[in-house]
Design a protein around this ligand. Structure first.
Ligand code: ATP
Length: 306
């Protein structure tokens, strides 16, 4: 049984008369990377601020390893590491000096803990350079190292990929996955760009207008049995004839000379050879996976993918 790291139960937030978060309930397991996705203004930051105790919960509760953030705040928050705004770092100090300085404020943190955090975010090499010379991605990684110095069970990152280039995003992804796998940390990452964090996450929760619209297992979607959209550009062939030729029960749609088949990946070779055997001229074959983005788009009903 996976251990629940964080449980939100009917969490609502009202500011004045405005209901910003509406009855949010979901849980995140240890060792899991959970993407919290939604368009700008959906309520991600508000939810995260409640998760880390920066904002009061109007109704409902959040439990961290079983401890209520409302009634047992100290015990609960001990298990949380977070970067809610940009990590606060001194640009004129080195990465190592920044971490030492920060560690001084946390009782019980040793040099060994610092070294371990540095290893986990892969910052050993640049540790003695001034932070002012770091790339944004490197700063993020030092920020993550800071946030995990006290060995929390949950790491919460609000929009960690904001402003990062693809290489920076790839690096963050790598270290976040490592943290979840090696340290059994539950990682919660918010973003309005699904494409940027899809590959980091085991599961995503989609929020819109303060409500959780859906949660979706990301792994499920990449399994080999997933239906694939196969677009074939061929000489003009009526759809029903094409379907007869390929001898497969599939859903298909036609636009001009292009037919898009929805089939399982393992059936693609047979489909193509059947067409070729019937002397149908094929000009182009391309695969568009039935991606999470399609699902996301269906759920949100607007393009917030970036
Ligand atoms: N203090 C406040 N008073 C009134 N309304 C607020 C307050 N804070 C946030 N809101 C509103 O609550 C909604 C959710 O905001 P929030 O910042 O949580 O969204 P978000 O999903 O994090 O968006 P973004 O990606 O833009 O940061 C928005 O409509 C925002 O205007």
């Amino acid at each position: 049984m996976p251990e629940i790291a964080m449980q939100l139960t009917n969490v609502s937030k009202r500011i004045g008369k405005k209901e910003i978060i509406k009855d949010l309930s979901f849980s995140i397991n240890r060792g899991e990377v959970f993407g919290f996705i939604g368009p700008n203004g959906a309520g991600k930051t508000t939810t995260i601020r409640m998760m880390v105790g920066l904002m009061k919960i109007t109704e409902g509760d959040i439990h961290i390893l079983g401890k209520s953030i409302k009634s047992d705040f100290k015990q609960a928050i001990r298990e949380v590491g977070a970067i809610v705004e940009n990590p606060e770092l001194y640009p004129f100090l080195t990465g190592a000096q920044n971490l030492k300085q920060y560690a001084r404020m946390i009782p019980g943190v040793t040099q060994k803990d610092i070294d371990e955090a540095v290893r986990l975010v892969g910052m050993e090499k640049a540790l003695n350079e001034k932070v002012g010379r770091y790339s944004l991605g490197m700063r993020q990684r030092i920020g993550i190292a800071q946030a995990i110095l006290h060995k929390p069970s949950i790491l919460i990152l609000d929009e960690p990929t904001n402003g990062l280039d693809p290489a920076g995003i790839r690096e963050i992804r790598q270290y976040i996955r490592k943290l979840a796998a090696e340290k059994n940390v539950a990682v919660i990452i918010s973003s309005h760009l699904l494409s940027e964090i899809e590959l980091m996450c085991d599961r995503i929760g989609i929020i819109k207008n303060g409500e959780l619209v859906a949660t979706q297992d990301v792994r499920e979607n990449t399994s080999s049995t997933t239906q694939t959209l196969l677009q074939v550009e061929m000489e003009a062939t009526p759809l029903d004839k094409a379907l007869e030729i390929i001898n497969e029960k599939t859903t298909a749609a036609q636009t001009n000379n292009k037919i898009t088949f929805e089939i399982e990946k393992e059936h693609i070779p047979a489909l193509i050879s059947n067409l070729v055997e019937q002397n149908i001229l094929i000009y182009e074959v391309s695969v568009t996976k039935s991606t999470l983005e399609d699902k996301f788009f269906d759920l949100i009903g607007e393009n917030v993918i970036g």
